[in-house]
Design a protein around this ligand. Sequence first.
Ligand SMILES: *Cc1c(COP(=O)(O)O)cnc(C)c1O
Length: 394
Amino acid sequence: MSQPNDRPATAGPNTRLVHGSGDPSDSHGFVNPPVYHGSTVLFPNTHTMRTRGQKYTYALRGTPTTDALEEALDGLEGSAGTILLPSGLAAVTTPLLAFLSAGDHVLIVDSVYHPTRRFTDTVLVRMGVAVEYFDPAIGPGLRALMRPETRAVFLEAPGSNTFEMMDIRAAAEIARAGGAVSMIDNTWATPLYFRPLDHGIDLSIHALTKYPAGHSDLMMGSVSANAATYARLRDTQMALGINAAPDDTYLVLRGLKTMGIRLERHQEAALHLAQWLEGCDEVARVLHPALPSFAGHDLWKRQFTGATGLFSIVLDGGGEDEAAAFLDALKLFGLGYSWGGFESLAVAADLSDRVVALAPTEGPVIRLQIGLEDVADLRADLENGLRAYSERRR
Ligand SMILES: *Cc1c(COP(=O)(O)O)cnc(C)c1O
């Protein structure tokens, strides 16, 4: 879907966020789109029904509400079409199911979100797909892993928990040259800080649960596709019978309006805390792509236009008990999964699933989601955590 025609296609990202989801004149001038609850859509006569001669035919196939969000995401991603799914994980599994069949081979980056691996190692393997993980630092070596039957290359950059970066354009080119579809889990960057399709990727995946929703109150996913892959992706979504619920779709549309300014704040606060943590004795390393000390910093800088609020620290020694001392001393940082909401969160990363991109060895890895609280308060909370960690170490 294109932008409403009175707005320039060259508009900046914040302008797109504010104006990119439908034309108010379609809803009596109200600035937000209506929320359509529905299943049945009536047809005026059998001819229209037989020929599917009207825009909406059944709620599973889309409503004006889901169209508004799909249009907004197409504007941000530069995609030919977007599908919505009931979770970020469903946005990972649906394109894999769309493009893989028995006998195919899929290459997956080893620093992938853990539930993605659980899906590929169980459902895809049971379907007869050969699954192979590769090192995010593989670079041009990816070409040597391509087989005649390689049908998909799945990326996530930066990697989950450890934030490894990749040369995404190079990987997309290798995939295309080998006849495989390339897909990337782009949740960390959001389409504001990285647009995968501009770098040759076919499919861009998001957990809208995170920054687009932004308020920890719903789950949703999206896949934005180029013209070559969209029809098959949409057909698979319909075959599987999944779409997004109307009220949640509305909340993501609402979240998008403020995502640009929220991200600016998440970015600034996270970078400030990451820089401070780098100088703390208790911290061996900070894994944050925007830090010049980070191994993937140059790759990040060349390809991305910003960093968001999620990064990790590697504590200097200790194990599970020391990590627990740090986490249990935190009062503002909640102990919980997910991220991208208004509140700060901390969690010990379990990296035991890695097969090639192995976990840091200095000590436990703690993933931090920096929320919208005052930075001085967050820093004081982390200082308490580090103090408790040091005491446990002694
Ligand atoms: C959270 C997350 C998902 C899954 O999203 P849910 O909505 O929680 O299912 C997928 N990929 C990444 C990188 C995530 O962080």
